[in-house]
Design a protein around this ligand. Structure first.
Ligand code: FES
Ligand code: FES
Length: 211
């Protein structure tokens, strides 16, 4: 039997080499793609920062890997969990959805800078922001992985609405996922923070872009 002729569905055999339809185009030298770097200047937790970053660098990677601010977590990297939430010019942002270059000229607040942005504490909480105090007092965390993002989202929520009802809190935090708590104590913490003078008087949140 002619070896180059097989059943209809069999690969053609030519001189012992099975042809599966793959075209050999040889070795192609695509070279090294230089994507370059971009200079950015921004304020992070009240401190001016200037860096040269790749255009593809995510803000969360910049915060964690360049600045060492690892309080901001990466839970999903797909904008689903909210663990990476920070404030950019006072607005809550999932920092895995934003490029570092997009934050150029902005003021960024992370969990590490939150306490310093708050008014002086009136109790023995060690200078925590009122929302942090409320999370602690209401046992609103277990493993803590979601907590930084949850706290930052709560701060943003209460800045927009200092006196929310439970429904508003649940709606406002629905972009932040927690695998541990069942949310009940997180909602309680947010409501407690709202009713404590707290978040609405925190004052020092960076809310304006540098100009
Ligand atoms: S890591 Fe950004 S939303 Fe999950
Ligand atoms: S406390 Fe564990 S994920 Fe929220």
């Amino acid at each position: 039997m002619d070896p180059s002729v097989g059943p209809p569905d069999s690969p053609v055999v030519d001189n012992g080499v099975v042809d599966n339809g793959v075209v050999d185009i040889g070795v192609v030298d695509i070279g090294v793609v230089d994507i370059g770097v971009v200079d950015i200047a921004l304020e992070v937790n009240g401190r001016a920062r200037s860096d040269s970053v790749e255009p593809r660098l995510l803000l969360v990677q910049y915060l964690r890997d360049v600045l060492g601010l690892t309080g901001t977590k990466i839970g999903c990297d797909t904008s689903s969990c909210g663990a990476c939430t920070v404030l950019v010019d006072g607005e809550s942002v999932k920092s895995c959805t934003m490029l570092a270059v997009q934050a150029d000229g902005s003021r960024v607040l992370t969990i590490e800078g939150l306490a310093a942005s708050a008014a002086p504490s009136t109790d023995d909480a060690g200078g925590f922001h009122p929302v942090q105090e409320a999370f602690r007092n209401n046992h609103a965390l277990q493993c803590g992985f979601c907590t930084a993002g949850m706290v930052m989202a709560t701060v943003s929520l209460l800045e927009e609405n200092p006196d929310p009802d439970e429904s508003t809190v649940r709606h406002g935090l629905e972009g932040n996922l927690c695998r541990c708590t069942g949310y009940q104590n997180i909602v309680a913490a947010a409501l407690a923070a709202a009713s404590s003078s707290g978040a609405s008087s925190s004052g020092g949140l960076p809310g304006e872009a540098l100009s």
